[in-house]
Design a protein around this ligand. Structure first.
Ligand SMILES: [Zn+2]
Length: 406
């Protein structure tokens, strides 16, 4: 098969030959939907006397794991397998010690719903199965979720008169009246490419609306404690944009809505004696208004929308979701706070740990909005004494990468 990698207009193709291996006895296996591209799994379990965490496996159709054995003493973890599919399904088998669900005769028919066996490695060969539809012969399986479609509405309230001409997207778009819509569609394209390449399980179904050009200004307290919300003045200013586009704000802003606003400029005032900042983008934490993202037209760049989408979809902790200083990250990660010249492709990657938190974490927006049917999990995000995130958490490490930074 051929694997094509592309980023910001650069592209390369590699040929991958998959050779089936004989199955040495004693090894556990993973099986999944037939796929035209390799699948990736992160696996936890006790192999011999060693606890293996976040072991990365790539395979097509079927893969070998390790000789994982029982390790379920009390609340101790037993095992965990997370599948990241090239077609963007994210499957997830649980970690905790639970008895296998009884499979009754009626449930062995194809199409039986959600007959799952929680993963508990045995001392013999185990097979972990992920399927969209369970095969008759398979009794222990995990339903694979379809890609989660986020219904994103993009409101353009910017005329493009202050273009700097430095953005790649600007150069690719004709300098006429459609410039803003063209640039925004490029930003949407690269955002979709990023979330697909990261195997996040998330795709965007975007609708674009045009309103009157405007700036947005709002004030924030110096410290944003837990449970903070965007101030009401944000909502009232955005109501004006929605109304100028001929839509009804009462319908647009709902708990499950997902809206991004391209505006001329953003001015954010912070603290008791507020001073203005002009951030390129800002994401409000989801609340009764749903998700609200703001992107400033100038300066505009490829990374701002996809960065704010990361916040809005659930990357809000630790460090407000930013990855500067966190173990396992460099400036190529999308949640780096700014475009750094230190890497060739700034803010172009999502880690597998982040992809998991965007889909299976209980605080992920797709779960809070009821868009995803799969089971969820709460990950600890506590810090160790050395400042790194705790590693023995029951979820993939935040910094676990598909491809390690160079
Ligand atoms: Zn940010």
């Amino acid at each position: 098969m051929s694997v094509v990698a592309s980023i910001d207009g650069h592209q390369a193709t590699a040929t991958v030959t998959v050779v089936a291996a004989a199955n040495p006895s004693g090894l556990d296996r993973i099986v999944a939907n037939p796929s035209s591209a390799p699948l990736v799994a992160l696996v936890d379990g006790m192999a011999g006397s060693t606890w293996r965490s976040d072991t990365l496996i790539t395979f097509v159709d079927e893969g070998l794991l390790d000789a994982f054995g029982p390790a379920c003493a009390g609340a101790a973890p037993c095992g965990e397998v997370i599948l990241f599919g090239a077609t963007q399904e994210v499957g997830y088998i649980d970690h905790t010690s639970q008895a296998e669900a009884a499979v009754t005769a009626s449930e062995t028919d194809i199409g039986a719903v959600n007959v799952t066996a929680r993963l508990k490695w045995s001392s013999s060969e185990d097979t972990v199965t992920f399927r969209s539809v369970r095969l008759r012969t398979e009794t222990a399986w995990e339903p694979l979720n379809s890609p989660i479609k986020v219904p994103l509405t993009v409101w353009i309230a910017a005329a493009g008169g202050t273009l700097t001409g430095t953005s790649t997207a600007d150069a690719e778009c004709p300098p006429d009246g459609d410039l803003v819509a063209c640039v925004v569609s490029k930003h949407l394209d690269v955002a979709s490419e990023l979330y697909a390449a990261a195997l996040s399980g998330i795709v965007f179904g975007a609708t674009v609306m045009i309103g009157d050009p405007t700036d947005i200004a709002f004030s924030l307290p110096l410290a944003l404690g837990a449970g903070w919300k965007c101030p009401v003045e944000v909502r009232s200013q955005l109501d004006g944009i929605v109304a100028s586009a001929g839509a009804n704000p009462m319908v647009v802003f709902r708990k499950s809505s997902f809206n991004a606003f391209y505006v001329q400029g953003i001015r954010k005032y912070v603290g008791e004696n507020p001073w203005p900042e002009e951030p390129p983008g800002f994401a409000c934490p989801p609340d009764d208004n749903g998700v609200i993202i703001m992107v400033a037209w100038a300066p505009n760049d490829y990374a701002t929308l996809r960065h704010e989408l990361g916040h809005a979809l659930g990357l809000l902790q630790p460090s407000a979701g930013h990855t500067i200083g966190l173990n396992g990250f460099d400036a190529s990660n999308i949640m780096w706070s700014y475009d750094s010249p230190d890497v060739t492709a700034p803010r172009s990657q999502l880690s597998l740990g982040q992809a998991f938190r965007l889909s299976a974490h209980d605080s992920a927006w797709v779960n809070r909005a009821g868009l995803r049917a799969g089971r969820t999990k709460h990950c600890q995000e506590s810090f160790q004494a050395d400042g790194n995130l705790q590693v023995d958490v029951p979820c993939p490490r935040l910094g676990r990468q598909l491809v390690a930074p160079p």
